[in-house]
Ligand binder design. Structure first.
Ligand code: FEH
Ligand code: ZN
Length: 350
């Protein structure tokens, strides 16, 4: 990346050197996220300024190619091991890091692909603590591992928050809004963690809603050019109720969040993981008068990712992945910006 709002260029760059506490990862697969489009578009310019030229890419799977001299043997890393890269690199000093939530680091935290050079390159340096070895069935298909570090991780944490809020379980309804990369995993977690809750997918594209149903959503409702009332009518037709107990918003659009709030019944909870708009609006009276809650949920921590990898290893996660080439990165970023990508596109290095 040589500039904001400029196409990425594919160039030969030196293989990065590693510090004593780092490993060199030979990247085998790098997922393409809408946030990569937004990074180039300038959405994160203030919060995550990057040093140009820059290599984006934050969903990474690869193989250990070299190991720094200070990496302890207890890390269990050997050359050739398959690893995924936990993308949030906290500085380890703040309260959030000490609690294990390095993705929320309030000190000198870094997020790979939004500061440290990312995975749209064959090699990268990674502090050993953030490389998680993968030994099971999944190790042979890196394109299915890479998206688990964001598309598969972010909605997992969001769903855990809704579960902790007591909003799932029998007789409850959970809606997932936005069936892109994250949403296609989110509906699966709504089933896996939902304890019998009815799962409703809300989206604006029939082909994406079809993926949601294949992935376990009980019902799918197309919300494009539809009023909240019409969505409630359809909700009533399919679930017998006009409201839902919980919403996981994977879109982050003003309209999706507003609709989510309109659908919440008393004491309902909306968790936002999607980031598209800069601001959201919702009506204050129902928020106060029916005791709604609004939760933010950002990416996931190391243990969330370990749990996601365990689900994948147990064969409990369905993937909607298309392998793509680095050479096509610019057209694929454009497609992400337009919301045209179904599932996840993953760059695979030969
Ligand atoms: C990463 C960095 C900043 C905002 C959003 C993201 C997502 O891709 C992770 O959920
Ligand atoms: Zn992302």
């Amino acid at each position: 990346m040589h500039g904001y709002r400029e196409p990425l260029r594919i160039e030969e760059v030196p293989v990065p050197g590693i510090e004593p506490d780092e490993i060199l990862v030979k990247v085998t697969a790098a997922g393409m996220c809408r946030s990569d489009y937004q990074l180039v578009d300038g959405y994160f310019k203030q919060v995550f300024p990057v040093e140009l030229p820059y290599i984006p890419g934050h969903e990474i799977a690869g193989q250990v190619a070299d190991i720094g001299s200070a990496v302890p043997r207890t890390a269990g890393l050997s050359e050739g091991d398959v690893v995924v890269v936990n993308p949030s690199w906290g500085d380890g000093t703040c309260r959030q890091c000490h609690e294990g939530n390095e993705q929320l680091c309030s000190g000198e935290g870094r997020w790979v692909g939004f500061g440290p050079p990312g995975g749209f390159a064959e090699y990268m340096a990674v502090e050993y603590r953030h490389a998680i070895p993968v030994r099971g069935n999944g190790a042979s298909a890196p394109e299915l591992l890479a998206p688990l570090t964001d598309a598969g991780l972010t909605p997992y944490r969001g769903l855990k928050k809704l579960r902790a809020a007591g909003k799932l379980g029998p007789g409850r309804t959970v809606a997932v809004t936005g069936i892109g990369g994250l949403g296609s995993y989110a509906v699966q977690y709504a089933r896996l963690l939902g304890g019998g809750a009815t799962v409703v997918a809300l989206g604006r594209t029939d082909s994406k809603l079809a993926v949601a149903v294949e992935n376990g959503a009980d019902h799918a409702i197309n919300t494009r050019e539809t009023s909240a009332e019409a969505v409630q009518d359809e909700l009533e037709r399919v679930t017998g109720r006009r409201t839902v107990d919980a919403v996981l918003d994977c879109a982050g659009a003003e309209a999706s969040v507003a609709l989510g709030f309109d659908l919440l019944g008393p004491e309902g909870v909306l968790a936002s993981v999607g980031l598209m708009s800069d601001r959201v609006e919702h009506r204050l009276f129902p928020f106060v008068g029916t005791e709604l809650s609004y939760l933010g949920s950002f990416w996931g921590n190391h243990n969330d990712l370990v749990e996601v990898l365990a689900l994948a290893d147990a064969g409990r996660i369905k993937h909607n992945v298309t392998r793509v080439k680095l050479e096509d990165v610019n057209e694929n970023l454009e497609a992400l910006g337009k919301g045209e990508v179904v599932g996840r596109q993953v760059i695979v290095f030969g």
